[in-house]
Design a binder for this molecule. Structure first.
Ligand SMILES: [Zn+2]
Length: 973
């Protein structure tokens, strides 16, 4: 372990000293620009965070070895609520948080006290995260680092928003937004606990009347109003009588505040216990019928108005609640309700749908065996009924003018009509409530007046976003549809808030741009950040005209330079550098950011940049699990990244987070995997130490034996596989090929040549193979385990850093199909023999092998050829074979043999068929004979090979006739 640590430190220092990751434009090379979502510095990183960044680094390192001038930069996202809320929790003395910081992340208690100030917190964790990234060996160009509160960056965001406004992408108005009542700010996914996007839905409030008082029942199915036979209130909660605009409403206490946030004048007059309202009557505005107010526990006062209409025919909750109350005579008595009044209540059937009887709610409740209102299965039951009724249901005759109309249509019509008649209104609610702000307050919906929005709902803009997406590579391809869906359903997004850290809206300085809106095109800023620092460019010099020139190639640079005092040369360099590195070639992020950040990035690029500067690829990855379960502070299974680095080392950690899963799957970290990776790397290192001692000379082509050619040929297959895998960022597959499959072949090779080391004429050849394998393997492993690979590379006499050494390419001249085929034969024959020995438990003295006769080969190859284009049938095959005189002379045995091989040939893979057809008759006697020593040693017995028709063969049990091509017969004595 100690030595791994030393290697890591050594190479991190060497890289830094040689500045090999400081990437400048180089017109002689193709460029590649990789970025990864910058972190919010509001806590130290844990191992799970390492995955996305390691993936991006592996990608960058791979592309660099492929000859691309590859830039990987990094910055820090100070703005937005994540830092603010964390500092506030600390200031509020949140014991859970303090304990995590002290016990899990080992932050000194003294230090914590300074972190209650948001910027101090951001600065502290910024350094912590940056150090971790350096210790992980990321190939980042740190000259381009910035934070989102740098005044120059603020200018950049101001420019972006001016561009958006000029393009008509910004609107101002009153729209519902997710809202934290405590902070007085809109909330998006990055502001909530557990990163939940608040989903806003609209409820219809149907006004059931009691004289002049309204009971506004909230529903998403207004068309079922004709089937309402009672309304439900929760007897154990508080309701209020309130004036809402100019009406008298009875609503839950919680909903009074919500309505006030949705542009209504609400004045609470008195508080009433729910139970006092039970047993009274209200009138259904659609049918005019008088109905009872009944008690129900499932009514959630925090959901919409806390008043619920009861449609037991079509709503499973209502059906179960009605059945329950009918059986509860005692409860009815408590509220002074006559049992016969309730017992006579029958569900009304108002929708016809082929999947169900008249009472769909009853069908589903029975099918799912639901008895209680508290049964969580009721959610599924409700969804199921709704799905069928919405898609296939028709309104029945008892719905008056809506009779015969589809449910999907009636839903909107009934709502519109009720509202027109003054019998209904609407209210917004969070469909996925409860959603909690990072400050722990439950979020609500607010209609904000004069709120600024980015109008992602604009159809022309959606078309541009789709165009970009269609032209872009999405890795893995499976998530493309997710992007399409997000583009389709995005609508106006609140883009500014009244408080917090960030850039002020340039035209309305009361507003601060929120963090999912100030992080959409910042990849462009990396191309100029270096120049801004080096030339000490002031924010006021970065005028809109300056940015227009740099990013859009507009305007006159000489004039801009004169007006701003910007050095003409610096201005040109920024412009040229942007033009060199843009478009962005690859964007990395976790999959959770598809519904917001990643899609916002697409939208904003298409709004601001010309098409040739739109992003070209997005790569998303899954999470890291810890030994099978989700990483969570409360489970105590979080390993801070830097602790993991100390425990396991950087390369083992990098390998562990990437080797257990492909991009989209969740990867599973465990200390056992990390340790086994460390062992593998140590083994590789020790092997390299040994190999480095042997001189590396190129042997003559003729001195390479079949087994050497086999190893070099296999090596090419592994290069091909790893390259194809990395081109799709299938890093797990690349690691598997490089570390395991190649190793297996190499171990076989070492076993096969074990005897030959004493032979000086063979030494040069095998040393050459050892060097070539190690050289190639080290280069293929370098993107994932860069430190150990640099060390080995240096030992092997590599001239430059391995990070700048070309990735291995397939040398077609080294592919030796015949050698591979022959070696397969040896491997299979040995394995077959060992299996027989194991099964019979015999200790052999002599082992005899019989290879197939020439006529069998002829038959086999004909069959193989035929099977290339069709499924082979024995009778067709025989018809064809009988045209050959020599085979016809032995029709009987040919028939028997074809019977044995037809099925097998049909099952053979196309690839194998092709290869075997190509190589023709294999000289199996020769191949096996050559490996004689090896067999004798492995099997500890005398080894003899005959052709099955050899008259001198020893074959007392008549085994020879069983021989087939590629499957010699075996006899053991
Ligand atoms: Zn809050």
């Amino acid at each position: 372990m100690e030595f791994l640590k030393k290697i890591e430190e050594k190479w991190q220092k060497n890289w830094e000293r040689a500045r090999i990751f400081e990437i400048d434009p180089d017109p002689s090379k193709p460029k590649y620009f990789v970025t990864v979502a910058y972190p919010y510095p509001n806590s130290p990183q844990h191992i799970g965070h390492g995955r996305t960044y390691t993936m991006a680094d592996v990608h960058a390192r791979y592309m660099r070895m492929r000859g691309y001038n590859t830039l990987l930069p990094m910055a820090f996202h100070y703005t937005g609520t994540p830092v603010l809320a964390m500092a506030k929790r600390l200031a509020d003395n949140d014991q859970g948080l303090i304990s995590d910081f002290i016990n899990v992340y080992k932050i000194p208690e003294e230090k914590l006290k300074e972190l209650t100030e948001p910027i101090a917190m951001a600065r502290y964790f910024h350094q912590e995260i940056k150090t971790g990234m350096k210790e992980m060996g990321y190939s980042i160009d740190w000259r381009r680092e910035f934070t989102t509160i740098d005044p120059q960056y603020n200018r950049f965001i101001e420019w972006q928003f001016e561009k958006l406004r000029q393009g008509g992408f910004i609107t101002q108005g009153s729209h519902p937004v997710g809202w934290c009542p405590r902070d007085g700010n809109p909330v998006g996914q990055h502001d909530t606990e557990g990163d939940v996007e608040p989903e806003i839905g609209e409820f219809t409030l149907i006004k059931f009347t009691q004289g002049k008082t309204f009971y506004p029942a909230a529903t998403v199915r207004p068309e079922t109003v004709f089937g309402v036979i009672n309304i439900w209130l929760n007897p154990n909660t508080k309701y209020v009588k309130a004036t809402v605009n100019d009406e008298q409403w009875i609503i839950s206490q919680q909903s009074a505040e919500k309505l006030a946030n949705q542009n209504r004048k609400v004045k609470v007059q008195e508080t009433i216990e729910g139970k006092e309202l039970i047993g009274k009557h209200v009138q259904n505005p659609a049918t005019g019928k008088n109905i009872l107010i009944l008690p129900a526990d499932f009514v959630e006062p925090k959901n919409a108005t806390g008043v619920v209409m009861s449609v037991p025919g079509h709503a499973p909750y209502d059906y179960v609640a009605l059945e329950n109350i009918k059986k509860d005579a005692q409860k009815l008595k408590l509220y002074g309700i006559k049992t016969e009044d309730v017992n006579s209540m029958k569900p009304i059937s108002l929708i016809e749908v082929k999947e169900y009887s008249d009472i769909p709610a009853a069908d589903v409740v029975k099918k799912m065996n639901i008895r209680e209102q508290s049964d969580p299965k009721l959610e599924d039951a409700t969804k199921e009924v709704y799905r069928h009724e919405f898609h296939n249901g028709k309104m029945k005759a008892n719905t008056g003018k809506y009779a015969g109309v589809s449910v999907a249509e009636a839903k909107d019509k009934v709502k519109e009509d009720l509202i027109k008649e003054g019998n209904a209104t609407t209210m917004y609610e969070l469909l996925n409530r409860p959603v909690f702000c990072r400050c722990k307050t439950e979020c609500i919906v607010k209609i904000v007046r004069d709120q600024w929005f980015i109008d992602y709902g604009k159809p022309e803009w959606k078309a541009l976003a789709h165009k970009n997406l269609d032209e872009m590579e999405i890795l893995p391809e499976e998530v493309r549809q997710e992007f399409n869906n997000v583009i389709d359903w995005l609508h106006e997004k609140a883009c500014a808030r009244k408080s917090g850290m960030g850039t002020r809206l340039p035209w309305d300085k009361d507003w601060i741009i929120e963090s999912l809106s100030d992080s959409t095109i910042y990849m462009a800023y990396y191309t100029i950040a270096k120049h801004i620092k080096q030339n000490k460019i002031q924010p006021n010099q970065l005028t809109d005209e300056a940015f227009d020139y740099i990013f859009l190639d507009a305007g006159n640079p000489a004039e801009i330079s004169r007006k701003t005092g910007l050095d003409a040369n610096a201005l040109k360099q920024m412009h040229d550098e942007f033009m060199y590195f843009y478009p962005l070639d690859s964007r990395h992020s976790a999959r959770e950011l598809i519904p917001n950040h990643l899609t916002f990035m697409i939208f904003n690029h298409t709004a601001i940049f010309p098409e040739n500067h739109w992003p070209r690829q997005i790569a998303t990855n899954g999470q890291v699990m810890m030994e099978g379960s989700k990483m969570s502070k409360s489970f105590g299974n979080i390993i801070p990244l830097r602790e993991g680095l100390t425990k396991f080392g950087a390369d083992p950690l990098r390998l562990s987070v990437l080797s257990t899963a492909e991009l989209l799957q969740d990867s599973d970290f465990s200390p056992i995997i990390a340790k086994s990776m460390r062992d593998r790397l140590e083994k590789l290192y020790r092997f390299a130490c040994e190999t480095a001692k042997t001189p590396r000379k190129k042997p003559s082509k003729t001195s390479l034996k079949a087994i050497d050619r086999w190893m070099l040929s296999r090596l090419q297959q592994h290069i091909r596989k790893a390259t194809e895998a990395l081109n799709k960022l299938a890093v797990r597959k690349a690691i598997h090929t490089t570390l395991y499959e190649l190793d297996q072949d190499f171990q076989w090779y070492q076993k096969r040549i074990a005897d030959e080391n004493r032979n000086p004429s063979r030494k040069a050849a095998t040393a050459h193979v050892f060097h070539e394998v190690l050289d190639t393997q080290t280069r293929m492993l370098a993107p994932v385990a860069p430190h150990v690979c640099e060390e080995i590379w240096e030992m092997l006499g590599g001239k430059d850093f391995i990070a700048r050494t070309p990735w291995p390419t397939v040398d077609e001249s080294k592919i030796d199909v015949k050698a591979e085929q022959n070696e397969d034969l040896i491997r299979n024959v040995l394995e077959d023999t060992q299996n027989i020995l194991k099964a019979t438990g015999t200790k052999p003295k002599k082992i005899y092998y019989y290879t197939a006769a020439p006529w069998k080969w002829k038959t086999y190859l004909k069959a193989l050829e035929k099977s290339a284009s069709e499924k082979v049938l024995q009778k067709d095959l025989m018809k064809q074979l009988m045209q050959e005189p020599d085979l016809r002379a032995n029709a009987e045995r040919v028939a028997k043999f074809t019977g044995q091989i037809t099925d097998e040939i049909n099952r053979t893979s196309q690839e194998t068929k092709q290869r075997r057809t190509q190589t023709g008759i294999a000289q199996e006697n020769e191949t096996l004979e050559e490996a004689k020593n090896f067999f004798q040693k492995e099997l500890n017995a005398k080894f003899l090979v005959y052709n099955e028709e050899d008259t001198k063969r020893h074959d007392p049990k008549q085994r020879a006739q069983l021989a087939k091509p590629y499957r010699p017969a075996i006899y053991i004595e």
